[in-house]
Design a binder for this molecule. Structure first.
Ligand SMILES: O=c1ccn([C@@H]2O[C@H](COP(=O)(O)OP(=O)(O)O[C@H]3O[C@H](CO)[C@@H](O)[C@H](O)[C@H]3O)[C@@H](O)[C@H]2O)c(=O)[nH]1
Length: 476
Protein backbone atom coordinates (compact mmCIF):
# COMPACT_ATOMS: atom_id res chain seq x y z
CA UNK A 1 0.00 0.00 0.00
CA UNK A 2 2.72 2.46 0.98
CA UNK A 3 6.33 2.13 1.88
CA UNK A 4 6.68 3.96 5.15
CA UNK A 5 3.47 2.66 6.72
CA UNK A 6 5.36 0.64 9.26
CA UNK A 7 3.46 0.42 12.55
CA UNK A 8 4.55 -0.85 15.95
CA UNK A 9 1.78 -2.81 17.67
CA UNK A 10 2.27 -3.09 21.41
CA UNK A 11 -0.34 -5.16 23.27
CA UNK A 12 -0.73 -5.31 27.04
CA UNK A 13 0.06 -8.85 28.22
CA UNK A 14 -3.37 -10.06 29.27
CA UNK A 15 -5.46 -12.32 27.05
CA UNK A 16 -8.47 -9.97 26.98
CA UNK A 17 -6.17 -7.22 25.65
CA UNK A 18 -3.80 -9.28 23.49
CA UNK A 19 -6.40 -11.23 21.53
CA UNK A 20 -8.27 -8.30 19.98
CA UNK A 21 -5.10 -6.30 19.26
CA UNK A 22 -3.49 -9.27 17.52
CA UNK A 23 -6.67 -9.70 15.49
CA UNK A 24 -6.45 -6.01 14.57
CA UNK A 25 -2.79 -6.46 13.56
CA UNK A 26 -3.89 -9.27 11.25
CA UNK A 27 -6.49 -7.04 9.59
CA UNK A 28 -3.89 -4.28 9.14
CA UNK A 29 -1.37 -6.65 7.55
CA UNK A 30 -4.03 -7.82 5.12
CA UNK A 31 -4.57 -4.16 4.21
CA UNK A 32 -0.90 -3.68 3.40
CA UNK A 33 0.49 -2.19 6.60
CA UNK A 34 3.91 -3.40 7.75
CA UNK A 35 3.63 -4.53 11.34
CA UNK A 36 6.10 -5.14 14.13
CA UNK A 37 4.58 -6.62 17.30
CA UNK A 38 6.29 -6.05 20.63
CA UNK A 39 6.04 -8.78 23.27
CA UNK A 40 8.17 -10.13 26.09
CA UNK A 41 9.57 -13.70 25.67
CA UNK A 42 6.90 -15.63 27.60
CA UNK A 43 4.14 -14.05 25.49
CA UNK A 44 5.73 -14.95 22.17
CA UNK A 45 3.88 -18.32 21.81
CA UNK A 46 0.53 -16.46 21.81
CA UNK A 47 1.63 -14.95 18.51
CA UNK A 48 2.28 -18.32 16.86
CA UNK A 49 -1.10 -18.75 15.13
CA UNK A 50 -0.79 -15.25 13.69
CA UNK A 51 2.87 -15.59 12.67
CA UNK A 52 2.26 -18.95 11.02
CA UNK A 53 -0.29 -17.30 8.71
CA UNK A 54 1.69 -14.10 8.07
CA UNK A 55 5.36 -14.43 7.36
CA UNK A 56 5.59 -10.67 6.86
CA UNK A 57 4.85 -9.78 10.50
CA UNK A 58 7.96 -8.81 12.43
CA UNK A 59 8.37 -9.35 16.14
CA UNK A 60 10.28 -7.33 18.64
CA UNK A 61 10.98 -9.37 21.76
CA UNK A 62 12.23 -7.32 24.70
CA UNK A 63 13.05 -8.94 28.06
CA UNK A 64 10.41 -8.44 30.74
CA UNK A 65 11.81 -5.81 33.12
CA UNK A 66 13.02 -6.83 36.56
CA UNK A 67 10.39 -5.55 38.93
CA UNK A 68 10.52 -6.07 42.70
CA UNK A 69 6.96 -7.30 43.33
CA UNK A 70 6.54 -9.43 40.19
CA UNK A 71 8.11 -12.89 40.54
CA UNK A 72 10.70 -13.76 37.90
CA UNK A 73 9.14 -15.53 34.92
CA UNK A 74 5.69 -13.95 35.23
CA UNK A 75 4.94 -11.87 32.18
CA UNK A 76 1.18 -12.15 31.72
CA UNK A 77 -1.62 -10.86 33.92
CA UNK A 78 -3.25 -14.30 34.07
CA UNK A 79 -0.22 -15.64 35.97
CA UNK A 80 0.08 -12.81 38.48
CA UNK A 81 -0.17 -14.04 42.08
CA UNK A 82 -3.39 -12.97 43.84
CA UNK A 83 -1.70 -10.38 46.08
CA UNK A 84 -0.08 -8.41 43.23
CA UNK A 85 -2.05 -5.60 41.65
CA UNK A 86 -2.63 -5.05 37.94
CA UNK A 87 -1.08 -1.60 38.31
CA UNK A 88 2.28 -3.23 39.17
CA UNK A 89 2.24 -4.87 35.75
CA UNK A 90 1.39 -1.51 34.17
CA UNK A 91 4.26 0.13 36.05
CA UNK A 92 6.74 -2.68 35.32
CA UNK A 93 6.17 -2.41 31.57
CA UNK A 94 7.00 1.29 31.74
CA UNK A 95 10.60 0.15 32.21
CA UNK A 96 10.61 -0.77 28.53
CA UNK A 97 10.80 2.95 27.65
CA UNK A 98 14.60 3.09 27.19
CA UNK A 99 15.03 -0.29 25.44
CA UNK A 100 12.24 0.65 23.05
CA UNK A 101 13.71 4.09 22.42
CA UNK A 102 17.09 2.49 21.62
CA UNK A 103 15.44 -0.01 19.30
CA UNK A 104 13.68 2.78 17.37
CA UNK A 105 16.90 4.77 17.11
CA UNK A 106 18.95 1.89 15.79
CA UNK A 107 16.33 0.58 13.32
CA UNK A 108 17.12 1.31 9.67
CA UNK A 109 13.44 1.88 8.88
CA UNK A 110 11.60 2.32 12.19
CA UNK A 111 7.82 2.41 12.59
CA UNK A 112 6.16 5.72 11.88
CA UNK A 113 3.24 5.07 14.21
CA UNK A 114 2.59 3.20 17.43
CA UNK A 115 -0.66 1.42 18.26
CA UNK A 116 -0.56 0.48 21.91
CA UNK A 117 -2.95 -0.71 24.56
CA UNK A 118 -4.77 1.62 26.91
CA UNK A 119 -2.62 0.33 29.80
CA UNK A 120 0.55 1.50 28.01
CA UNK A 121 -0.16 5.22 28.20
CA UNK A 122 3.56 6.00 28.61
CA UNK A 123 4.08 5.16 24.92
CA UNK A 124 2.51 8.56 24.17
CA UNK A 125 5.51 10.28 25.78
CA UNK A 126 7.86 7.98 23.87
CA UNK A 127 6.03 8.70 20.60
CA UNK A 128 6.35 12.45 21.24
CA UNK A 129 10.07 12.09 21.87
CA UNK A 130 10.46 10.09 18.64
CA UNK A 131 8.26 12.42 16.59
CA UNK A 132 5.80 9.64 15.67
CA UNK A 133 2.07 9.37 16.40
CA UNK A 134 0.55 7.11 19.02
CA UNK A 135 -2.88 5.56 18.67
CA UNK A 136 -4.59 4.15 21.75
CA UNK A 137 -6.15 0.75 21.32
CA UNK A 138 -9.13 0.19 23.61
CA UNK A 139 -10.17 -3.43 24.14
CA UNK A 140 -13.05 -2.03 26.21
CA UNK A 141 -16.16 -0.50 24.69
CA UNK A 142 -16.85 3.21 24.14
CA UNK A 143 -19.20 3.58 27.11
CA UNK A 144 -16.68 2.03 29.51
CA UNK A 145 -13.90 4.13 28.05
CA UNK A 146 -15.93 7.30 28.43
CA UNK A 147 -16.42 6.55 32.14
CA UNK A 148 -12.72 5.79 32.57
CA UNK A 149 -11.61 8.97 30.80
CA UNK A 150 -14.07 11.01 32.79
CA UNK A 151 -12.70 9.66 36.09
CA UNK A 152 -9.06 10.38 35.22
CA UNK A 153 -9.92 13.83 33.85
CA UNK A 154 -12.02 14.92 36.79
CA UNK A 155 -10.42 12.90 39.62
CA UNK A 156 -13.53 12.71 41.85
CA UNK A 157 -12.98 11.76 45.51
CA UNK A 158 -14.39 8.58 46.99
CA UNK A 159 -17.60 8.96 48.99
CA UNK A 160 -17.65 7.70 52.60
CA UNK A 161 -20.19 5.05 51.71
CA UNK A 162 -19.05 2.64 48.97
CA UNK A 163 -22.71 2.05 48.08
CA UNK A 164 -23.33 5.71 47.30
CA UNK A 165 -24.33 6.19 43.67
CA UNK A 166 -21.82 8.01 41.51
CA UNK A 167 -23.23 9.77 38.42
CA UNK A 168 -21.32 10.35 35.23
CA UNK A 169 -23.30 13.49 34.55
CA UNK A 170 -21.52 14.47 31.31
CA UNK A 171 -21.95 11.06 29.68
CA UNK A 172 -25.13 10.44 27.66
CA UNK A 173 -27.99 8.96 29.73
CA UNK A 174 -26.03 9.92 32.85
CA UNK A 175 -25.02 6.41 33.93
CA UNK A 176 -24.91 5.85 37.70
CA UNK A 177 -23.06 3.16 39.64
CA UNK A 178 -22.49 2.46 43.29
CA UNK A 179 -18.95 3.64 44.03
CA UNK A 180 -17.69 0.06 44.53
CA UNK A 181 -18.55 -0.70 40.91
CA UNK A 182 -16.38 2.14 39.57
CA UNK A 183 -13.11 1.23 37.79
CA UNK A 184 -10.93 -0.74 40.23
CA UNK A 185 -7.77 0.94 38.98
CA UNK A 186 -9.24 4.37 39.64
CA UNK A 187 -10.50 3.42 43.10
CA UNK A 188 -7.08 2.09 44.05
CA UNK A 189 -5.39 5.42 43.17
CA UNK A 190 -3.39 6.89 46.08
CA UNK A 191 -2.03 10.37 45.64
CA UNK A 192 1.77 10.43 45.82
CA UNK A 193 2.19 6.67 45.44
CA UNK A 194 4.60 6.15 42.50
CA UNK A 195 2.63 3.27 40.97
CA UNK A 196 -0.64 5.21 41.21
CA UNK A 197 0.92 8.37 39.79
CA UNK A 198 2.40 6.40 36.90
CA UNK A 199 -1.02 4.88 36.18
CA UNK A 200 -2.68 8.30 36.32
CA UNK A 201 -0.08 9.82 33.97
CA UNK A 202 -0.63 6.93 31.56
CA UNK A 203 -4.41 7.34 31.60
CA UNK A 204 -4.12 11.08 31.01
CA UNK A 205 -1.58 10.45 28.23
CA UNK A 206 -4.21 8.26 26.55
CA UNK A 207 -6.51 11.24 26.42
CA UNK A 208 -3.72 13.38 24.91
CA UNK A 209 -2.70 10.76 22.31
CA UNK A 210 -3.18 11.35 18.59
CA UNK A 211 -6.00 8.88 17.93
CA UNK A 212 -8.19 6.17 19.37
CA UNK A 213 -9.22 2.77 17.98
CA UNK A 214 -12.07 1.06 19.80
CA UNK A 215 -13.13 -2.57 19.56
CA UNK A 216 -16.82 -1.77 19.20
CA UNK A 217 -19.23 -0.69 16.50
CA UNK A 218 -21.19 2.44 15.83
CA UNK A 219 -24.67 1.00 16.02
CA UNK A 220 -23.98 -0.54 19.40
CA UNK A 221 -22.50 2.51 21.11
CA UNK A 222 -23.08 5.45 18.75
CA UNK A 223 -23.92 8.00 21.44
CA UNK A 224 -20.83 7.08 23.44
CA UNK A 225 -18.60 7.44 20.39
CA UNK A 226 -20.07 10.91 19.82
CA UNK A 227 -19.38 11.72 23.43
CA UNK A 228 -15.76 10.48 23.20
CA UNK A 229 -15.14 12.71 20.18
CA UNK A 230 -16.39 15.70 22.19
CA UNK A 231 -14.44 14.63 25.27
CA UNK A 232 -11.22 14.27 23.26
CA UNK A 233 -11.84 17.38 21.17
CA UNK A 234 -11.12 15.64 17.85
CA UNK A 235 -12.57 13.13 15.39
CA UNK A 236 -9.69 10.70 15.23
CA UNK A 237 -11.76 7.96 16.82
CA UNK A 238 -12.35 4.74 14.89
CA UNK A 239 -14.99 2.14 15.81
CA UNK A 240 -13.59 -0.95 14.10
CA UNK A 241 -15.10 -3.83 16.06
CA UNK A 242 -15.86 -6.49 16.78
CA UNK A 243 -12.36 -7.36 15.67
CA UNK A 244 -12.39 -11.07 15.05
CA UNK A 245 -9.99 -13.23 13.13
CA UNK A 246 -10.38 -12.64 9.42
CA UNK A 247 -12.79 -15.12 7.77
CA UNK A 248 -13.06 -17.23 10.87
CA UNK A 249 -16.23 -15.95 12.43
CA UNK A 250 -17.77 -19.40 12.16
CA UNK A 251 -14.66 -21.52 12.56
CA UNK A 252 -12.20 -19.78 14.84
CA UNK A 253 -9.01 -21.76 15.27
CA UNK A 254 -9.11 -23.22 18.77
CA UNK A 255 -5.69 -21.83 19.59
CA UNK A 256 -6.82 -18.18 19.54
CA UNK A 257 -5.39 -16.64 22.72
CA UNK A 258 -4.42 -20.02 24.16
CA UNK A 259 -4.28 -23.69 23.32
CA UNK A 260 -7.57 -25.49 23.80
CA UNK A 261 -7.35 -27.96 26.65
CA UNK A 262 -10.13 -30.05 25.16
CA UNK A 263 -10.06 -32.05 21.96
CA UNK A 264 -12.05 -30.29 19.25
CA UNK A 265 -13.27 -33.64 18.08
CA UNK A 266 -14.74 -34.52 21.51
CA UNK A 267 -16.23 -31.09 21.90
CA UNK A 268 -17.87 -31.15 18.50
CA UNK A 269 -19.12 -34.70 18.98
CA UNK A 270 -20.70 -33.74 22.30
CA UNK A 271 -22.27 -30.51 21.04
CA UNK A 272 -23.59 -32.22 17.91
CA UNK A 273 -25.66 -34.56 20.08
CA UNK A 274 -27.41 -31.63 21.81
CA UNK A 275 -30.64 -29.96 20.71
CA UNK A 276 -30.53 -26.53 19.06
CA UNK A 277 -30.16 -23.57 21.46
CA UNK A 278 -30.36 -25.66 24.62
CA UNK A 279 -26.79 -25.58 25.93
CA UNK A 280 -25.67 -22.87 28.36
CA UNK A 281 -22.02 -21.87 27.97
CA UNK A 282 -20.48 -20.66 31.25
CA UNK A 283 -17.17 -18.78 31.23
CA UNK A 284 -15.72 -15.98 33.31
CA UNK A 285 -13.00 -14.87 30.87
CA UNK A 286 -9.26 -15.20 31.12
CA UNK A 287 -8.61 -13.51 34.46
CA UNK A 288 -11.32 -14.34 36.98
CA UNK A 289 -10.98 -17.34 39.27
CA UNK A 290 -14.02 -18.29 41.31
CA UNK A 291 -13.62 -18.85 45.04
CA UNK A 292 -14.52 -22.19 46.61
CA UNK A 293 -17.96 -20.86 47.66
CA UNK A 294 -18.65 -19.41 44.23
CA UNK A 295 -17.61 -22.68 42.57
CA UNK A 296 -20.02 -24.59 44.81
CA UNK A 297 -22.86 -22.18 44.07
CA UNK A 298 -22.35 -22.36 40.30
CA UNK A 299 -22.01 -26.16 40.39
CA UNK A 300 -25.12 -26.50 42.49
CA UNK A 301 -27.06 -24.09 40.25
CA UNK A 302 -26.05 -26.04 37.16
CA UNK A 303 -26.95 -29.31 38.82
CA UNK A 304 -30.38 -28.18 40.02
CA UNK A 305 -31.23 -26.48 36.72
CA UNK A 306 -31.19 -29.70 34.69
CA UNK A 307 -29.85 -27.76 31.66
CA UNK A 308 -27.16 -28.98 29.30
CA UNK A 309 -24.02 -26.92 29.77
CA UNK A 310 -20.35 -26.35 29.06
CA UNK A 311 -18.50 -24.84 32.00
CA UNK A 312 -15.04 -23.49 31.37
CA UNK A 313 -13.05 -23.49 34.61
CA UNK A 314 -9.79 -21.55 34.59
CA UNK A 315 -6.70 -23.40 35.86
CA UNK A 316 -5.60 -21.97 39.20
CA UNK A 317 -2.02 -20.97 39.96
CA UNK A 318 -0.09 -22.63 42.83
CA UNK A 319 -1.07 -19.81 45.19
CA UNK A 320 -4.73 -20.07 44.22
CA UNK A 321 -4.93 -23.84 44.68
CA UNK A 322 -4.10 -23.51 48.36
CA UNK A 323 -7.05 -21.17 48.81
CA UNK A 324 -9.55 -23.44 47.10
CA UNK A 325 -10.05 -21.32 43.98
CA UNK A 326 -11.41 -23.09 40.87
CA UNK A 327 -12.09 -26.29 42.81
CA UNK A 328 -14.82 -28.39 41.22
CA UNK A 329 -16.96 -29.89 44.01
CA UNK A 330 -16.34 -33.56 44.48
CA UNK A 331 -18.76 -35.87 42.69
CA UNK A 332 -20.21 -33.02 40.62
CA UNK A 333 -18.92 -34.28 37.29
CA UNK A 334 -20.37 -37.75 37.85
CA UNK A 335 -23.74 -36.33 38.86
CA UNK A 336 -24.03 -34.23 35.69
CA UNK A 337 -22.41 -36.74 33.34
CA UNK A 338 -23.97 -36.67 29.89
CA UNK A 339 -25.52 -33.24 30.17
CA UNK A 340 -22.57 -31.20 31.33
CA UNK A 341 -19.08 -30.79 29.96
CA UNK A 342 -16.33 -29.20 32.02
CA UNK A 343 -13.33 -27.67 30.30
CA UNK A 344 -10.40 -27.14 32.64
CA UNK A 345 -8.22 -24.42 31.20
CA UNK A 346 -8.63 -22.81 27.82
CA UNK A 347 -11.82 -23.25 25.80
CA UNK A 348 -12.21 -22.36 22.11
CA UNK A 349 -14.84 -19.82 23.12
CA UNK A 350 -15.73 -18.20 19.81
CA UNK A 351 -16.11 -21.59 18.21
CA UNK A 352 -18.32 -22.91 21.05
CA UNK A 353 -20.55 -19.84 20.98
CA UNK A 354 -21.11 -20.22 17.25
CA UNK A 355 -22.36 -23.82 17.56
CA UNK A 356 -26.11 -24.16 16.88
CA UNK A 357 -26.61 -26.02 20.18
CA UNK A 358 -25.58 -23.06 22.35
CA UNK A 359 -28.60 -21.10 23.55
CA UNK A 360 -27.28 -18.86 26.34
CA UNK A 361 -23.99 -17.52 27.67
CA UNK A 362 -23.37 -16.95 31.36
CA UNK A 363 -20.61 -14.36 31.30
CA UNK A 364 -18.64 -12.07 33.59
CA UNK A 365 -19.19 -9.39 30.92
CA UNK A 366 -15.59 -8.91 29.79
CA UNK A 367 -15.91 -6.77 26.68
CA UNK A 368 -14.54 -9.43 24.30
CA UNK A 369 -17.01 -11.97 25.63
CA UNK A 370 -19.85 -9.49 25.20
CA UNK A 371 -18.92 -8.88 21.56
CA UNK A 372 -18.44 -12.59 20.92
CA UNK A 373 -21.85 -13.30 22.45
CA UNK A 374 -23.42 -10.65 20.22
CA UNK A 375 -21.76 -12.06 17.09
CA UNK A 376 -23.05 -15.51 18.00
CA UNK A 377 -26.57 -14.14 18.55
CA UNK A 378 -26.96 -15.74 21.99
CA UNK A 379 -28.75 -14.07 24.90
CA UNK A 380 -26.54 -13.57 27.94
CA UNK A 381 -26.69 -13.95 31.70
CA UNK A 382 -24.64 -11.17 33.21
CA UNK A 383 -22.40 -11.73 36.24
CA UNK A 384 -20.11 -8.67 36.25
CA UNK A 385 -17.28 -8.96 38.75
CA UNK A 386 -14.96 -5.96 38.34
CA UNK A 387 -13.09 -3.70 35.90
CA UNK A 388 -15.36 -2.41 33.11
CA UNK A 389 -17.79 -5.31 33.52
CA UNK A 390 -20.51 -3.38 35.38
CA UNK A 391 -20.66 -0.91 32.50
CA UNK A 392 -20.89 -3.80 30.03
CA UNK A 393 -23.64 -5.45 32.06
CA UNK A 394 -25.63 -2.20 32.17
CA UNK A 395 -25.33 -1.84 28.42
CA UNK A 396 -26.41 -5.45 27.82
CA UNK A 397 -29.24 -5.69 30.31
CA UNK A 398 -30.65 -2.17 30.51
CA UNK A 399 -29.95 -0.58 27.13
CA UNK A 400 -29.77 -3.48 24.69
CA UNK A 401 -32.09 -5.85 26.61
CA UNK A 402 -30.12 -8.84 25.42
CA UNK A 403 -29.13 -10.07 28.88
CA UNK A 404 -30.56 -10.74 32.31
CA UNK A 405 -28.52 -9.60 35.24
CA UNK A 406 -27.74 -12.52 37.55
CA UNK A 407 -25.37 -11.18 40.19
CA UNK A 408 -22.97 -8.29 40.74
CA UNK A 409 -19.56 -8.26 42.38
CA UNK A 410 -16.28 -10.15 42.63
CA UNK A 411 -17.12 -11.80 45.94
CA UNK A 412 -20.81 -12.44 45.51
CA UNK A 413 -22.02 -16.00 45.89
CA UNK A 414 -25.27 -16.53 43.98
CA UNK A 415 -28.12 -18.43 45.59
CA UNK A 416 -28.02 -21.73 43.77
CA UNK A 417 -31.84 -22.02 43.55
CA UNK A 418 -32.08 -18.60 41.88
CA UNK A 419 -29.23 -19.41 39.56
CA UNK A 420 -30.85 -22.75 38.65
CA UNK A 421 -34.13 -21.00 37.76
CA UNK A 422 -32.35 -18.34 35.68
CA UNK A 423 -30.35 -20.99 33.83
CA UNK A 424 -33.50 -22.96 33.08
CA UNK A 425 -35.35 -19.88 31.85
CA UNK A 426 -32.42 -18.83 29.67
CA UNK A 427 -32.95 -21.80 27.35
CA UNK A 428 -36.74 -21.78 27.52
CA UNK A 429 -39.49 -19.63 26.07
CA UNK A 430 -39.29 -17.34 29.04
CA UNK A 431 -36.26 -15.66 27.45
CA UNK A 432 -38.16 -14.78 24.25
CA UNK A 433 -37.39 -11.06 24.49
CA UNK A 434 -33.65 -11.55 24.96
CA UNK A 435 -33.56 -14.16 22.21
CA UNK A 436 -35.25 -11.80 19.75
CA UNK A 437 -32.92 -8.97 20.71
CA UNK A 438 -29.92 -11.29 20.35
CA UNK A 439 -30.99 -12.15 16.80
CA UNK A 440 -31.45 -8.47 15.92
CA UNK A 441 -28.09 -7.53 17.36
CA UNK A 442 -26.39 -10.34 15.50
CA UNK A 443 -27.79 -8.95 12.24
CA UNK A 444 -26.59 -5.47 13.22
CA UNK A 445 -23.10 -6.67 14.04
CA UNK A 446 -22.78 -8.72 10.87
CA UNK A 447 -23.84 -5.62 8.98
CA UNK A 448 -21.12 -3.57 10.68
CA UNK A 449 -18.28 -5.98 9.89
CA UNK A 450 -19.27 -6.97 6.34
CA UNK A 451 -17.47 -5.33 3.43
CA UNK A 452 -18.46 -1.67 3.45
CA UNK A 453 -20.21 -1.99 6.80
CA UNK A 454 -19.50 0.73 9.37
CA UNK A 455 -16.59 -1.04 11.09
CA UNK A 456 -15.06 -2.14 7.78
CA UNK A 457 -15.27 1.44 6.48
CA UNK A 458 -13.72 2.77 9.67
CA UNK A 459 -10.87 0.32 9.39
CA UNK A 460 -10.27 1.44 5.81
CA UNK A 461 -10.40 5.08 6.93
CA UNK A 462 -7.94 4.32 9.72
CA UNK A 463 -5.53 2.61 7.32
CA UNK A 464 -5.73 5.61 4.96
CA UNK A 465 -5.02 7.90 7.86
CA UNK A 466 -2.00 5.86 8.95
CA UNK A 467 -0.62 5.65 5.41
CA UNK A 468 -1.15 9.41 5.00
CA UNK A 469 0.76 10.11 8.18
CA UNK A 470 3.50 7.72 7.06
CA UNK A 471 4.03 9.57 3.80
CA UNK A 472 4.00 12.97 5.60
CA UNK A 473 6.79 11.73 7.82
CA UNK A 474 8.67 10.28 4.82
CA UNK A 475 8.64 13.70 3.17
CA UNK A 476 10.13 15.03 6.35
O1 LIG B 1 -11.20 -20.33 28.05
C1 LIG B 1 -11.21 -19.26 27.48
C2 LIG B 1 -11.31 -18.03 28.16
C3 LIG B 1 -11.33 -16.88 27.42
N1 LIG B 1 -11.22 -16.92 26.06
C4 LIG B 1 -11.16 -15.68 25.28
O2 LIG B 1 -10.46 -14.71 26.05
C5 LIG B 1 -11.04 -13.44 25.89
C6 LIG B 1 -11.45 -12.94 27.24
O3 LIG B 1 -11.72 -11.58 27.19
P1 LIG B 1 -12.88 -10.90 28.02
O4 LIG B 1 -14.14 -11.59 27.81
O5 LIG B 1 -12.88 -9.44 27.66
O6 LIG B 1 -12.51 -11.13 29.53
P2 LIG B 1 -11.16 -10.89 30.39
O7 LIG B 1 -10.17 -11.87 30.01
O8 LIG B 1 -11.61 -10.86 31.79
O9 LIG B 1 -10.70 -9.41 29.92
C7 LIG B 1 -10.18 -8.28 30.58
O10 LIG B 1 -10.05 -7.33 29.51
C8 LIG B 1 -11.28 -6.93 28.89
C9 LIG B 1 -10.94 -5.96 27.78
O11 LIG B 1 -10.43 -4.77 28.29
C10 LIG B 1 -12.20 -6.30 29.92
O12 LIG B 1 -13.44 -5.96 29.32
C11 LIG B 1 -12.41 -7.28 31.07
O13 LIG B 1 -13.25 -6.70 32.03
C12 LIG B 1 -11.08 -7.66 31.66
O14 LIG B 1 -11.23 -8.55 32.74
C13 LIG B 1 -12.21 -13.62 24.94
O15 LIG B 1 -11.80 -13.30 23.64
C14 LIG B 1 -12.53 -15.11 25.03
O16 LIG B 1 -13.06 -15.63 23.82
C15 LIG B 1 -11.14 -18.11 25.40
O17 LIG B 1 -11.07 -18.15 24.16
N2 LIG B 1 -11.14 -19.25 26.13
Amino acid sequence: MSAGAHVLVFPFPAQGHLIPLLDLAHHLVIRGITITILVTPKNLPILNPLLSKNSTINTLVLPFPNYPSIPFGIENLKDLPPNIRLTSMIHALGELYQPLLSWFRSHPSPPVEIISDIFLGWTHRLACQLGVRRFVFSPSGAMALATMYSLWQEMPSAPKDQNELFSFSKIPRCPKYPWWQISTIYRSYMEGDPVSEFTKEGMQANIASWGLIVNSFTLLEGIYFEHLRKQLGHDRVWAVGPILPKKTIDMTPPERGGTSTVSMHDLKTWLDTCEDHKVVYVCYGSQVLLTKDQMEAVASGLEKSGVHFIWCVKQPSKEHVGEGYSMIPSGFEDRVAGRGLIIRGWAPQVWILSHRAVGAFLTHCGWNSILEGIVAGVPMLACPMGADQFVGATLLAEELKVAKRVCDGANVVSKSANLARTLMESVSDQSRVEKERAKELRMAVLDAIKEDGSSDKNLTAFVKHVVGLGSEIDKG
